[in-house]
Ligand binder design. Structure first.
Ligand code: ASP
Length: 429
């Protein structure tokens, strides 16, 4: 069997076995063994992906922009990309809000379950609120100030600063485009070869993807269940409706919104799109990080979907950083669910405010696990719902994080495909 051609089958196998092993480990109380002997393989895979994220973003955006013939082309592709990113995020939010207001999962949570969840997860909620407070105490324009780093090396030293790295790369790319080409060439060649080497590295790292995915899944199940499967089942039972609404919303958004974009606005066809992008979706599911998945998304978009390097190297790193439809949808559903459970009525204007805030929050959310919940706290505070309410949903957040990250990554790939197609830069054999 051709390993790389059937990569997604191997990854699915790793995922299913990891899930099975995780459940077994939790039921048998093997948590410590799993932590010591299985989880490190997941960490190795995750670290390897994170390790190449910064050089990949820098190299690919700089060469991507500098290879555009002029700044007008950059403005056209950039404008189109950002407009579609925001448009699809708003569509995701509308889907989420319609579902949560129709199904009303918060109405089905019994009072004693609510009290129990609040006491079980109150401490964790406090910790997240502290991180959110430091984010909120800053002025309204602080987000823009934070985008501009004082020091290139320190920006590149933290994967949470990806927005800063994107900005550095965009500015460098533009400057290279504006200086005489004989001056630009030497540096461009360096970045070009850096990008090529990093892309090769992705292929090498993907060799261990099935093992990495197995270990990540086993670790996640073992951590969520804390060696107590029965408690996990009762948690899933109590929050089942809420989870169902988030997952249903994600499925509707991926199949209808992205499905129709691919079907009607590109020549690719849904089947080819799904088989091309599936390994990236599986890595997103197991790592819960669109940043860590970025190298795989770029590799698949270029080599399997036929997106040109020029488009993918600009659209995908930008998307991994600012485009998070799954996160926005989840934030809207979670905010309304918490309000429903606490008996707080949210009017039409509150829901409009959720749309606006969630679009901004999803742009500011770092592409790492659990980042979405910190921004959710800020949304809750703005619409007057007590932020301690996140205690209600923390227990199942990791599971939903895995699902929303798949949607985030699929959204980036969809937009890269449609932008490439509109620019005549989508290779279809
Ligand atoms: N984990 C998500 C991502 O990396 C962000 C979030 O919603 O927490 O795309």
């Amino acid at each position: 069997m051709n390993w790389s051609k059937n990569l997604h089958i191997w990854i699915i196998l790793g995922l299913v076995l990891g899930l099975g092993y995780g459940i077994l480990s939790a039921s048998m109380g093997w948590g410590q063994f799993t932590q010591n002997w299985i989880s490190p393989f997941g960490d190795i895979f995750l670290n390897a992906l994170f390790m190449i994220a910064v050089p990949l973003v820098l190299g690919s955006i700089i060469t991507g922009i500098a290879s555009l013939s002029d700044t007008r082309k950059l403005a056209r592709i950039g404008g189109k990309t950002i407009a579609i990113y925001i448009g699809t995020t708003v569509a995701a939010l509308v889907i989420g809000l319609i579902l949560v207001n129709t199904i009303r999962p918060g109405d089905t949570v019994p009072d004693e379950v609510r009290t129990q969840l609040q006491s079980d997860w109150g401490d964790s909620a406090e910790m997240r609120m502290e991180s959110a407070e430091s984010a909120e105490e800053r002025g309204p324009l602080q987000a823009f100030v934070d985008m501009v780093p004082r020091n290139i090396a320190s920006a590149a030293s933290n994967n949470r600063n990806m927005l800063q790295v994107v900005l550095i790369a965009v500015l460098f790319g533009i400057s290279l485009l504006l200086i005489p080409s004989d001056k630009a060439k030497p540096l461009l060649r360096v970045f070009d070869s850096l990008t090529a080497a990093v892309i090769k590295l992705v292929e090498i790292i993907m060799w261990i993807a099935p093992i990495g995915v197995f270990a990540l899944l086993a670790d996640t199940v073992s951590l969520i269940s804390q060696d107590n499967m029965s408690e996990l089942w009762s948690l899933l039972g109590a929050l089942g409706f809420y989870m169902l609404v988030v997952i249903l919303g994600l499925i509707v958004h991926v199949t209808i919104t992205y499905g129709s974009i691919i079907q009607f606005l590109t020549p690719l066809g849904i089947k080819k799109f799904i088989t091309g992008i599936a390994p990236a979706q599986l890595v997103a599911f197991s790592t819960s990080s669109s940043g860590a998945t970025l190298p795989v998304t770029m590799d698949r978009a270029e080599n399997k979907l036929g997106v040109s390097e020029e488009v993918s190297s600009f659209v995908l790193p930008l998307g991994a950083t600012i485009n998070m439809d799954g996160t926005a949808l989840y934030q809207a559903v979670a905010a309304v669910f918490i309000a429903q459970t606490l008996g707080i009525a949210l009017g039409f204007m509150d829901q409009l405010e959720i749309i606006l805030l969630a679009v901004l929050a999803s742009i500011g959310t770092a592409a790492v696990p659990s980042a979405g919940i910190i921004m959710l706290i800020i949304i809750l505070q703005s619409i007057g719902v007590p932020a301690t309410g996140i205690a209600l949903i923390l227990g199942v957040d990791r599971i939903l994080d895995m699902c929303r990250t798949v949607c985030n990554v699929t959204g980036d790939a969809t937009v890269a495909t449609v932008v490439a197609s509109s620019e005549g830069q989508l290779k279809t054999e």
